[in-house]
Design a binder for this molecule. Sequence first.
Ligand code: GLN
Length: 469
Amino acid sequence: MIDTLRVTAQEANDLLTSGEASSDEIFSAYRAAIDERDGELNCFLHVNDDAPGAGVPVAFKDVISTRGIPTTAGSKILEGFKPVYDATVAERCAARGLRTIGKTNMDEFAMGSSTENSAYGPTRNPWDPERVPGGSSGGSAAAVAAGMAPWALGSDTGGSVKQPAALCGVVGLRPTYGTVSRYGIVAFASSLDQIGPVAKTVADCAFLYSVVAGHDPRDTTTVELPEPVQVPEAEDLRGLRVGVPKELNEAEGIEAGVSEAVNAAVELCRELGAEVGECELPRSVEFGLPCYYLIAPSEASSNLARYDGVRYGLRVSPDGIREMYEQTRDAGFGDEPKRRIMLGTYALSSGYYDAYYAQAQKVRTVIRHEFAAALERFDVLVSPTSPTVAFPLGAKTENPLAMYLSDVLAIPPNMAGLPGLSIPCGLSEGLPVGLQLIGPQFSENVLFRAGHALEQALGFDYVPPRLAA
Ligand code: GLN
C-alpha cells in the first residue's frame, strides 16, 4: 500500500518507473484517500474518475479550464460550466502523462485568504479541521497536505499559492510574472495572476514548475525561461546573500510564534553558510496592500464583466436583456466578487481614476524600485509568508479588512512581479509556519536551491499528526 500522506510526487514516480506500482495503483491510492478524507475536508469540487495518462495524479485549482470537466472558479455563476478546451497548463501536464484527479476548492474567483468564500462550502485544514487552510488555493494546498494528491496547481494573484501552502505545511511557488501561461485560466487580476505549483517538497515544486513554465504562443504575456529549471540538490547556502527586510519581519500583527520559527530559520541560513544582513522595504510594506486593493479589484471589475448570462454558466431569464444581465449577476456572484466589482468600478470611474487607479500604478513602480534596490545587495529576501498560523473558521469572515491583512507580507513582492517560494519552517501552537523566500525576476532556481537546502536542514514533517497512522 502506498502511504499517500508521506510519499512525495518524485517517490510516487519512482515507484512507477521501477515497476513497483502501476499508474492505476497509484491513482487508486490517492482516490482512496479522497474517499476517506474529503467528506471532512472538502478539498475537491469535482473528482475525475476516468483520468487518462500513464503517470502520477495531479490536482488543479478550479480556475484551470479542463475540457469536458466542470470548471467553476468556486462560483455559482459557473455552476455546471464545462470548458470546450484545456488550459495550456493542463495540456502540458497531460502531455507528461499526469492524470487530472480532480478540481480543487477555492475562494470564489480566487478572492479570499481562507477558502471560505467558495460558493461550495469551505475547505478545512488537515492539521485542524476547525481551522481554515488559507486561500484562495486552499483546496489545492489541503489536498496535498492530506495525501489526496501528490501535487497540485494553484493560482496566486496576491498570495493565493504562498499563503495556503504556509497554513497547510506544504511548499508553494508563486512564479515570476510571465513565466507560466494563463491561456484557459479564469482571470481575476491580469497584471498579477500567476499559476504556481504546490507540493510536499521543494524538488517536487521545481519539477511541476518545469512542466508548466515557458513561452506559450497563446499567452502573449509569457516568455521563455532564461535557463532550464534545475531540480535542487544543494545542501548548504555558501555564497548566498540573504536579506532580512525589517518591515516584512516586524509588521504589526505577526504572531510571536511565527516570528520565532522564522528567526530560527534565518539563524539556520547563517549556519548553512549564507551571509545574512538586514535591509528595508518601508514603502512596499506600507503601501503594498492598499495598492493591491485598488489594482486587483479594478482589473477584476473588467474581467468579471464577461459573466452576463450570455456566454457561460448561469442564466436567469426574465423579460429584457438588461434584466437578464442584472439578475444573472445578482444571483450568480457571492458577496466578495460583488464587493470587488463595486470597488474596482469606483476606482476606475472617470472622476476618481487619477486619484485611485493611476495613483496605485505609480506606487507600484515605487515598490518595484524598492525591491530592485534590496535585491542588488541580496540574492534572496526572507520573511514570514503569513503573519499568523491557520485561524479558526469564521474568525475573519465578518471583517473583510482583517481577511485582507492575511496577505500583507505575501502581496508586496507580487506587486513587483517577483517570484516567491513558501516552505514550512516549523510549528507554532502545533500549526505550520511558512517562510517566504523572495528573489529577483527569473530567480526560481536560486529560490529552489535555497529552499531545498533549508528544507533538508529543517527536517519539517509535513504529515499532519492527526492523520498520521
Ligand atoms: N487574498 C488575496 C485576495 O483576496 C489574494 C488572492 C489571490 O492571490 N488570488 O485578493
